[in-house]
Design a protein around this ligand. Structure first.
Ligand code: MTE
Length: 360
């Protein structure tokens, strides 16, 4: 399968990481060729459906080994899901934080089709002693931490507790935007955990294991932890979980020249904690705020479009900001506390534009 990524901004070749161009994030559903990619390893699985199986094992009464045909025969569920990498907007952390230096483009929305995770867990019949569910990807690689090398055996694995896993919107997805998943998005099957940062949505899923213990895997305990200023060590802090309330200005672009008269700003807002209830726009660097119109009906699993029409009466340079609110009372902050790996940066985005008197 050869994939072309000419529509994405390159961030890293090893591992392959590409972010969406903010100018390409204007539609509610992000076309697959514009959807960001975040792999942890250079080598990613090239599974064939004929040899791939999903193993469901551990503290369950009915172990399963499922083919893709068996999974496709189960009741289907389709959801629009916004996926944002925990490292999105990392390059705006001050001082610079360790990790892949994303701008604002590690966020996208797709239509995902698959089977509800609950359907599979019900078939597997969890034992009452089960405490967490571990999801394993088929990708392997090497990671280093404080001089310790986890050599070539480190599978990408994440876990969810039983409470977290019972969300009816968690999918085992095999289609994205009407086609089978592409290789870099996790063919043939991936987990999609709506409302959580992207690390939870394990790609190239090969096993689901119920365990009696809390899981201590590398990507659970050594990564995706908000290590604050002053922490001793690189693994102490709160885990990264749900998406912080945030908004993206997709029109106009930073640096764009617009012309005197009415101009409509637009973008998307999302939160993993509640529904988006309000978006405000400032065209004077945050001194005064104007309420934007919320456009599409709110989906509990996807972002919400907003628009704001401004009468640009004066020429000059303007700093435009957008901030979102959610139904749990969260407001997008002006600053976020620094953390060592620069995760979960949902602070208010600013762009600079120029208003010119008339079109050339
Ligand atoms: N799953 C596996 N097996 N390996 C990975 O490297 N990356 C995670 C997640 N699932 C990853 C994975 C991260 S950090 C993110 S943000 C999302 O996948 C990105 O999904 P995408 O590449 O489809 O956008």
């Amino acid at each position: 399968m050869t994939e072309s990524y000419s529509e994405l901004n390159h961030v890293s070749y090893d591992p392959l990481v590409k972010e969406s161009r903010v100018a390409n994030l204007g539609s509610f559903i992000t076309p697959t060729e514009n959807f960001y990619i975040r792999n942890h390893y250079l080598e990613v699985p090239d599974f064939s459906e004929t040899t791939w199986n999903l193993e469901v094992k551990g503290h369950i009464n009915s172990p399963l080994s499922l083919t893709m045909n068996a999974i496709r025969a189960l009741p289907k569920k389709e959801l629009d899901i916004t996926l944002e990498c925990a490292g999105n907007s990392r390059s705006y952390m001050m001082p610079e934080a360790e990790g892949i230096q994303f701008n604002h483009g590690a966020v996208s929305t797709g239509t995902f089709m698959g089977v509800s995770l609950n359907t599979i867990l019900d078939l597997a019949d969890l034992k009452s002693t089960a405490k967490e569910i571990i999801f394993s990807g088929g990708d392997l690689g090497t990671e280093e931490e404080d001089g310790a090398v986890f050599s070539n055996t480190l599978t990408y694995q994440r876990s969810l507790t039983l409470d977290q896993v019972r969300d009816e919107n968690i999918l085992l997805a095999y289609e994205m935007n009407g086609s089978p998943l592409t290789r870099d998005h996790g063919f043939p099957l991936r987990l999609m955990v709506p409302g959580w940062y992207g690390m939870a949505s394990v790609k190239w899923l090969v096993s689901i294991e119920a365990t009696e213990h809390s899981f201590n895997g590398f990507f659970q305990k050594n990564r995706y932890i908000l290590v604050p200023e002053g922490a001793e060590g690189r693994t102490l802090g709160e885990p990264v979980t749900k998406l912080g309330v945030k908004t993206l200005i997709s029109t106009p672009r930073h640096g764009e020249v617009i012309y005197k008269g009415p101009f409509t700003f637009s973008g998307f807002a999302w939160s993993g904690w509640g529904l988006v209830t309000k978006v405000e726009i400032s065209v004077d660097g945050g001194t005064t705020w104007n309420q934007a119109r919320l456009i599409n009906n709110q989906s509990p699993t996807a972002w919400r479009k907003w628009e704001f029409t401004w009468q640009a009466n004066n020429t000059g340079h303007f700093i435009v900001k957008a901030r979102a609110y959610d139904s749990k009372g969260n407001v997008q902050p002006s600053n976020v506390p620094w953390n060592f790996r620069g995760y979960a940066n949902n602070c208010i985005q600013s762009i600079a534009i120029r208003v010119a008197s008339k079109r050339p």
